[in-house]
Design a binder for this molecule. Structure first.
Ligand code: CA
Length: 238
């Protein structure tokens, strides 16, 4: 008898106290070939994460027994497993805080299956490549559409033409490019550009971004390279 090989299934711990949502998530992920593991409380979640070593963690920020931020901090003391926040709308501050505490991404309720699966695939990709961005370490540049960030020349090209960013604008674009596909919070960007004690305000980022978009986006009102995550930060297209 020929032995059938079993594919390795990515384990996903779902931390969600709403039984309805938890069931939908579980069924969806199972049908996509993932191995979902449910936790209804923060306490259960921490036990399951340490015993199952999941590939991705889906974390609802509104749990009965623990604050989402507390869970992230605890998990981050022993593992870098990607954490995708699942949260309600109008919780931008909480999302930003969770990302700054070490979460990797977020989706907003209500969300569609396509969006959920895309976020999980992105999270899995980012675990497999611990280097920030493969293309950059390999070629010294990052390409998306007609945009090219050249990390050797410190320049950005659009359809082969130098878009002439200022040094500060370049650093902002370069930072987002290194983390393409992931949302970078305002706080993380400010820290990267001006250091931890910067005392700067998000307004400065909006000013820079408006200028960058005039240079790199064919239509700055409908960005295709750098997206705004309202109230949270920016995300470079992948
Ligand atoms: Ca909840």
């Amino acid at each position: 008898m020929e032995k059938k090989s079993t594919p390795i299934r990515n384990k996903i711990v779902i931390i969600e106290d709403d039984p309805g949502i938890a069931t939908v998530l579980k069924t969806t992920l199972k049908s996509e070939g993932y191995e979902p593991i449910l936790a209804g409380t923060g306490r259960d979640a921490l036990t399951l994460i340490s015993s199952h070593c999941p590939d991705v963690i889906l974390l609802d920020l509104g749990l009965p027994d623990m604050d989402g931020g507390e869970i992230i901090e605890k998990v981050r003391t022993w593992t870098q497993t990607p954490i995708v926040i699942v949260s309600a709308r109008n919780m931008e501050e909480d999302k930003a805080r969770a990302l700054d505490a070490g979460a990797d991404d977020y989706i907003t309720k209500p969300f569609g299956t396509i969006e959920l699966l895309a976020r999980i695939r992105a999270a899995l990709r980012h675990t497999c490549t611990t280097a920030e961005n493969d293309e950059i370490s390999l070629n010294g540049s990052y390409h998306v559409g007609e945009l090219c960030i050249d990390y050797r020349k410190n320049r950005v090209f659009l359809a082969g033409r130098d878009v002439c960013l200022t040094p500060q604008e370049f650093r902002l674009v370069a930072f987002l490019g290194r983390h393409a596909g992931r949302v970078m919070t305002y706080k993380a960007i400010l820290r990267e550009l001006w250091g931890p004690q910067n005392g700067m305000d998000n307004k400065i980022l909006r000013v820079h971004m408006a200028s960058i978009r005039r240079k790199i986006e064919p239509d700055p009102s409908e960005p295709r390279y750098i997206f705004t995550e309202v109230g949270v930060g920016y995300r470079m297209a992948e």
